[in-house]
Design a protein. Structure first.
Length: 353
């Protein structure tokens, strides 16, 4: 290497050293100043974000249900109760071999979201086709069949077994959602509840003038006890005679009934407990009076999501195998997800590896 080239390299080296020294002095000058503070703030923000993400990642779901092959998690604390209104098709006064459960004409699932301070109802179609356990009178048996939901209450050896079998069928239909309790009452006892609240006001959706001249379609009435029974129970000879039409009337009546109950509870906090105790012999339930009080308190302090129903397709078929055509309702898969997501704040689980 020539002498001139060596001299050039030497001065280039000195220049690099000088630039590095200047850069170091600038950093020292601003140490503890605005730039340093901004760096600290960014570090703090990043740390907080990372910690928040870690907590969110570690948060475990309270429960999981499965709909249409997909898993859905829920993170809110839920309580669920099934209200059952039965017809007189069986023999629930019988015992042993003579017992036969009544069909479940009316099915209403109450979902209380204690985390979000909300509650809602899901009215279920009695004709919904779902998996039903064909249990014997002693509760044994593993056979199942896809038949109408209302038939689940027909199986079992007493009213408790019938209710539990209905709870199982509803839970399966809704992806395995746990159900904390049930309250079953014969539809014949509806007039008694109507009497307790002083009647429920409705605008008649259908014409019932054949059974009561005052019950003309479009008329607004505060239903008497007998009128209330016909309005939510009768189907044949009324309108199109479909259960979906009757469900609309039941939903309408239940909305009015709930409002009257709320008014009663405000003026008389023990109202529900009194009614509960009064008709305990007529009902079949595993819900305690204490739990009922907590439910009433939760409803008063919470926001209502209303009463939801599942969309689907109505058909006529012979799934029961008795050679007779019966109404069959096939819930929409999309509607199941939509309704359960709204009631339970579901989050779809991402594809698992």
């Amino acid at each position: 290497m020539h002498k001139k080239e060596k001299i050039k390299l030497f001065f280039l080296f000195l220049g690099v050293v000088a630039v590095m020294a200047a850069f170091w002095l600038v950093l020292r000058h601003f140490e503890g100043g605005v730039d340093a503070k901004m760096t600290d703030e960014f570090l703090i923000d990043d740390t907080e974000q990372m910690e928040a993400e870690a907590v969110e990642a570690d948060k475990s779901p309270v429960g999981t249900i499965k709909l249409n092959g997909d898993k859905y998690d829920y993170y809110d604390e839920l309580e669920t109760y099934l209200i059952i209104g039965t017809d007189a098709s069986g023999n629930e006064s019988g015992t042993g071999e003579e017992y036969r459960g009544n069909m479940a004409d009316f099915l209403l699932l109450m979902v209380v979201d204690k985390t979000a301070n909300e509650y809602g109802f899901l009215q279920l179609n009695r004709d919904a086709m779902t998996e039903v356990n064909l249990i014997s009178r002693d509760g044994s048996g593993e056979a199942t069949a896809e038949i109408q939901l209302c038939t689940a209450h027909w199986y079992g050896g007493d009213s408790e077994m019938s209710c539990e079998n209905t709870v199982t069928a509803v839970s399966k239909m809704l992806g395995g959602i746990p159900i904390d309790g049930y309250y079953a009452m014969n539809m014949d006892d509806i007039p008694k509840l109507n009497q307790e609240v002083g009647g429920v006001e409705v605008t008649l959706e259908e014409d019932f003038s054949d059974v009561d001249s005052a019950m003309v379609k479009g008329t607004t009435l505060t239903l008497t006890d007998e009128q209330a029974y016909h309005y939510i129970h009768d189907r044949y000879g009324v309108g199109d005679e479909k259960n979906t039409s009757r469900m609309k009337r039941q939903k309408q009546y239940m909305k009015g009934l709930m409002e009257k109950i709320k008014q009663k509870v405000k003026s008389e906090p023990t109202f529900l407990n009194k009614v509960f105790s009064k008709y305990k012999k007529e009902a079949t339930t595993n819900i305690s009076s204490g739990k009922l009080s907590r439910m009433a308190e939760a409803m008063n302090a919470s926001k209502s999501k209303g009463t939801l129903v599942l969309k689907g397709e109505n058909k006529v078929g012979q799934a029961l195998g008795d050679g007779i055509d019966h109404a069959e309702f096939y819930p929409s898969c999309e509607s199941l997800v939509e309704v359960m997501t709204k009631l339970c704040n579901l989050q779809k689980r991402q594809n698992e590896t």
